[in-house]
Design a binder for this molecule. Structure first.
Ligand code: CTP
Length: 472
């Protein structure tokens, strides 16, 4: 075996090789699994190509396992999938493909192994391992993929224009692999991406989002985003991020390039979290800077309210990119809205009340918010960085003290809207909300004690001011 397999994997390959031999179908392990093995990365998706009917082979393989797994057949693509334990296994018959110019639906004819390898995206993904009796375990590498793995190069097996116009998603994949594996895209392949970028529009937003999220989750996501930007792809599906790029100057005063600042924040946060959505919060934290940018005489550039406007942009951007409209989106929005709060605390005189408000507003996401704010410190001036970090540590410490005392993070004010409605016999209305907020504020500001009794008395007093009397 020319790749290092576990005993379990080897057993699986032998079973599949035997089935293929019985059906007289030459069979090969191809693609990502072979690549990842050679890179010593973990992979549980195995793709097999056979010269003949891949669906038939999948059915024969499924019969070997107990309990017998279901075979999911995708007739249009001629593929069949089986889930076996931790493995996702896919079978396909070797194909010669040509794509219609207007879509990514292939027109398929049966082909040889080499035809099939040729129509794959990159040389490093076109490696095959034979499962046939005469040369079991032999690596078949017609495009020097192993060499490219060693050189850390992304290269298309055919002329790049052909490979990319066949399936424009591959441009995203090239950049994703460069970011994920820390590889370089060969100049000729890179040119092919620039020339074909406009064709990305035929790809579904969901598939673009899948690749984008893999870039976001890579070790140093700035590599992928910078390539997306420079290739011209990013502006086609995420123009708001491209609008962050560049710096404007008035009276010799410029502001920082917010695109590269954002990438720095994203890399910084990626050192501290693998959470996809917290990484998205880093991408979007300054997204409204272009929309809120002003030059104020004697003051310079300002971006007042960019956190609020940015928060409002989050649902629209999520919808545009086909990211989920759920709790994750709300979390990202909250992070964008709150991202200046801990830093602004470091500037003013920090009162317990301000700290309590921050703890209350961030709630269970307080630690995530602090991680974002820490990543947002990107100044080149080391003295400034040191000062920010010190202030920041102080805020963290104060938050800890206040939290230990008051337990604000998971706190709910002791008087609910229900209770207010019952006490005064009023329907849900603005006054109920106003009273609730007044009670919450009074406790957070330390005006009254954090207890039911104190809050109840306060509620009666506030209600009296607006002529509300308790019933009964
Ligand atoms: N492939 C391709 N063009 C695509 C997608 C996939 O040529 N647009 C081929 C590649 O040979 C790839 C294989 O199909 O290796 C399997 O694809 P997939 O499972 O999507 O990706 P992997 O390369 O396995 O990588 P990952 O699991 O990281 O997505």
């Amino acid at each position: 075996m020319m790749i290092d397999c576990t005993a379990k994997e080897l057993e699986l390959l032998k079973i599949i090789g035997d089935c293929a031999q019985r059906l007289n179908l030459p069979c090969y392990l191809v693609g990502g699994f072979v690549r990842d093995k050679l890179l010593q990365r973990n992979c549980k998706d195995l793709d097999f190509v056979c010269v003949g009917d891949g669906i038939l082979l999948a059915q024969e393989v499924a019969r070997q396992f107990k309990p017998q797994p279901q075979v999911s057949i995708f007739k249009t693509f001629g593929t069949a999938n089986i889930k076996h334990g931790e493995f996702e296994i896919e079978f396909v018959g070797a194909r010669k493909e040509s794509y219609a110019a207007h879509s990514r639906k292939p027109e398929v004819e049966p082909g040889t192994l080499e035809d099939d390898q040729k129509r794959r995206d990159f040389t490093i993904n076109a490696l095959a391992i034979s499962l046939n009796k005469n040369d079991f375990g032999q690596l078949l590498d017609p495009f020097n993929g192993v060499e490219d793995l060693k050189l850390k190069i992304i290269r298309t097996p055919l002329e790049p224009g052909t490979t990319f116009s066949d399936d424009p998603l591959r441009m995203m994949r090239a950049i994703r692999f460069a970011s994920q594996l820390d590889f370089t895209i060969l100049p000729e392949t890179w040119l092919g991406i620039i020339e074909n970028a406009h064709r990305i529009h035929i790809i579904s937003k969901e598939r673009i989002a899948d690749e984008l999220n893999k870039i976001v989750l890579s070790k140093k996501p700035s590599v992928g985003f910078d390539l997306l930007y420079k290739s011209g792809l990013l502006k086609l599906f995420f123009p708001q991020m491209v609008a962050l790029a560049g710096a404007e100057y008035i009276d010799g005063k410029g502001h920082k390039d917010n695109f590269y600042h954002t990438l720095k924040v994203l890399d910084n946060i990626s050192e501290n979290t693998d959470d996809l959505w917290l990484r998205w919060a880093a991408i979007l934290h300054d997204i409204a800077k272009p929309a809120t940018k002003r030059f104020e005489e004697g003051h310079g550039w300002t971006f007042h309210g960019h956190e609020v406007v940015g928060g409002r942009m989050v649902p629209k951007i999520f919808a545009q990119l086909k990211l989920p409209a759920n709790e994750k989106m709300k979390f990202v929005r909250k992070m964008v809205e709150l991202h200046l709060r801990p830093i602004s605390l470091t500037k003013e005189n920090i009162t317990d009340s301000a700290i309590r408000r921050l703890l209350f507003d961030a709630g269970e996401d307080f630690d995530a918010l602090m991680t974002l704010c820490n990543a947002d410190i990107t100044s080149k001036n080391q003295q400034k960085v040191q000062r920010y970090l010190q202030n920041f540590e102080m805020v963290r410490q104060r938050c800890k003290e206040v939290e230990d005392n008051d337990h604000i993070r998971n706190w709910q004010p002791p008087i609910t809207g229900e209770l207010i409605m019952q006490t005064f016999n009023v329907p849900p209305s603005k006054i109920v909300g106003d009273l609730k907020t007044a009670i919450k504020d009074a406790i957070l500001d330390g005006d009254i004690e954090n207890s039911y009794e104190a809050a109840y008395q306060f509620m009666l007093q506030k209600a009296k001011e607006v002529n509300l009397v308790p019933v009964g």
